[in-house]
Design a protein around this ligand. Structure first.
Ligand code: MYA
Length: 539
């Protein structure tokens, strides 16, 4: 999820054109037994370097530094350039920090910042190590093994703990995973918000076609059977540049707060790797806020505020000095109903058209999933909630995913679709609000992309603005407080015009046992524009 790094390296010059950005801004009481724990170059410092040195260790880009850079730009290029805008400067400086993270120089908020030798576990895994030269050729790091050469018995756990394969078809066991995650899963740096995946969401995310129950792996306290750790995988077919392979999508790694820093996570990762290897799969994809060896891409979270009074109340956002609350509410107001003609909710009869459109559209990105019809049905339809129960405006009971298509009234063809999912966060210790209702942009596609010159003519950008603009309207009607998106796919083309603001959270993408050059995320890479390297949306 979150935050900002601490060291700014002035020797790295990054081109603002190459970056996707817009200006703006209890542990429960059950008894848990203790598990046994098993450079900067020397040179004469410029004034800027001195200012930078003075502010090392601070999270924010300080005003002093911004003013200094503005003064230098004005001195060299005159006062009337976009580059003298303080917001722009602040952003470029932020982006320079991100570049450092990708290059392994610094960690996010210092948390991931470790010298290579310090990654005791990750140094033993088939992943590119921080600082390795990027290999020109794509491919595995370790070859596949025949089943009989894969370790046959489970990795040992500390005394008092045991492995448990979770049965996600059993509502009691989903509830156990829900309880573990809702109290112990990912929080922001200030511990103000914590992801709260609903039980319906987990059921949807953990049971795509072909899922294996052995990939839903828990650790329990032997004496009382309490679930204290979890990791999961689901199967996916992944295309990375020109290669297509079966892989595992790893998610929901969680260790109870009372059992942290005892090296339980590496055991969970090794055991799920063993389970996945036993099925003949040797590659995986995963994301994390922390910097590990080695991100294949890094994306930034952007947020589109919807419910301004609540977001201000819970300090998710603030009223800028130049604005009043009333004006801010007006600025972020969305229309009462969607505006695109032919827009309607996706239905079963659309599955094959949506699958076709999705497959063609996803070729735009260097990396993306390949979905069968069953997978498309699962991802876009199966999470739409209980159809037989009375529902609120634009939201059914148990709904976790919203998918809309545009049907051409003449040809009846599906020309576009978009989807978003619901992932609320617990607002920790707030007297008035307990839950932040967040919608996240999921997959979308438009056949405008297939027309010649659609990008040069800005037609695709305009179409995506209209599509995601309607997604914002629907999300607002469905009572979401905020709509989030990452700097991936084509998102960079519409984030600014649709009034998304840059967040302080970064999400790193990783591939296990697969080498490929960096993919364009928040920054361009290898001649590919920002965003367009990554076509995978992880739940
Ligand atoms: S990302 C979400 C992760 N979950 C959370 O952030 C929830 C809150 N935090 C926790 O529950 C714990 O802090 C966790 C670590 C469980 C994260 N991914 O046991 P430890 C390394 C990978 O003493 P704890 C998601 O779900 C760390 O660098 N490694 O630490 C995707 C160190 O190794 P090294 C991580 O804090 C998960 C070691 O663990 C992460 O008690 C993808 C320390 O272990 C992390 N997010 O527990 C998993 N955080 O010494 C990889 C820390 O080397 C999948 N570490 O630096 C790989 C593919 C596997 C399948 C392959 C199939 C072919």
């Amino acid at each position: 999820m979150s935050s900002s790094s601490q060291i700014i390296d002035t020797t790295q010059v990054s081109d603002p054109e190459d970056q996707c950005s817009t200006p703006e801004h209890e542990i429960d009481d059950a008894v848990v037994p203790e598990a046994s724990s098993s450079k900067p170059k020397k040179k004469k410092k410029s004034k800027a370097a001195k200012v930078l040195n003075a502010v090392r260790g601070k999270n924010e880009i300080p005003q002093e530094l911004v003013t200094h850079v503005v003064d230098r730009v004005v001195a060299e290029h005159g006062p009337n350039t976009a580059a003298t805008n303080e917001d722009n400067i602040r952003q470029v400086l932020e982006q320079m920090k991100i570049m450092d993270v990708i290059k392994g120089k610094s960690g996010i908020s210092g948390r991931g910042k470790k010298a290579m030798g310090e990654h005791k576990f990750w140094a033993t895994q088939p992943v590119p190590q921080l600082g390795d030269e990027a290999s020109p050729d794509d491919g595995f790091i370790e070859p596949d093994k025949p089943r009989e050469e894969v370790r046959q018995d489970a990795y040992p756990l500390p005394k008092d703990f045991e492995w448990s394969i979770l049965d996600i078809n059993d509502s009691k066991q989903i509830k156990e995973v829900y309880d573990l995650l809702s109290l112990n899963y990912v929080e922001d740096d200030e511990a103000a918000f914590r992801f709260q995946y609903s039980a319906e969401f987990l059921e949807w995310a953990l049971k795509p076609p072909g899922y294996l129950k052995e990939w839903h792996l828990g650790v329990r306290v032997s004496s009382n059977r309490k679930l204290v750790a979890f990791i999961s995988g689901v199967p996916v077919t992944l295309r990375v540049r020109g290669n297509v392979f079966r892989a595992c999508e790893i998610n929901y790694l969680c260790v109870h707060k009372k059992l942290r820093s005892k090296r339980l996570a590496p055991v969970l990762i090794k055991e799920i790797t063993r389970q996945v290897n036993l099925t003949g799969i040797f590659q995986a994809i995963y994301t994390a806020g922390v910097v590990l060896p080695t991100p294949v891409s890094t994306c930034r979270y952007f947020h589109r505020s919807l419910n301004i009074p609540k977001l201000v109340d819970v300090k998710f956002t603030y009223v800028p000095r130049s604005m009043t609350l009333a004006r801010m509410i007006r600025v972020y107001k969305t229309a009462a109903k969607p505006e695109l003609s032919g827009l309607r909710e996706m239905e079963e009869r659309d599955v094959s058209d949506v699958a076709d459109l999705f497959t063609r559209y996803m070729q735009r990105f260097s990396m993306g999933p390949i979905m069968t019809l069953d997978e498309v049905r699962h991802q876009f339809l199966s999470g739409r909630g209980r159809m037989d129960e009375p529902s609120e405006h634009y939201r059914r009971p148990g709904q976790v995913v919203w998918t809309y298509v545009v049907e051409d009234p003449k040809t009846r063809r599906i020309t576009d679709f978009f989807s978003f999912y619901s992932l609320p966060s617990t607002i920790i210790n707030h007297p008035k609000h307990g839950l932040l209702e967040a919608a996240y942009l999921f997959y979308y596609a438009s056949d405008v992309a297939f027309a010649e010159d659609s990008e040069a003519d800005n037609n695709l950008k305009k179409r995506l603005e209209a599509l995601v603009g309607d997604a914002l309207i629907i999300a607002n009607q469905a009572k979401f407080d905020v709509f989030n998106a990452l700097t991936l796919m084509d998102n960079c083309s519409f984030l600014e015009s649709l009034k998304f603001g840059a967040g302080d959270g970064l999400l790193n993408f990783y591939l296990y046992n697969w080498r490929t050059a960096p993919l364009a995320g928040v920054s361009a890479a290898g001649g590919v524009e920002p965003g367009k390297g990554v076509g995978v949306v992880m739940l």
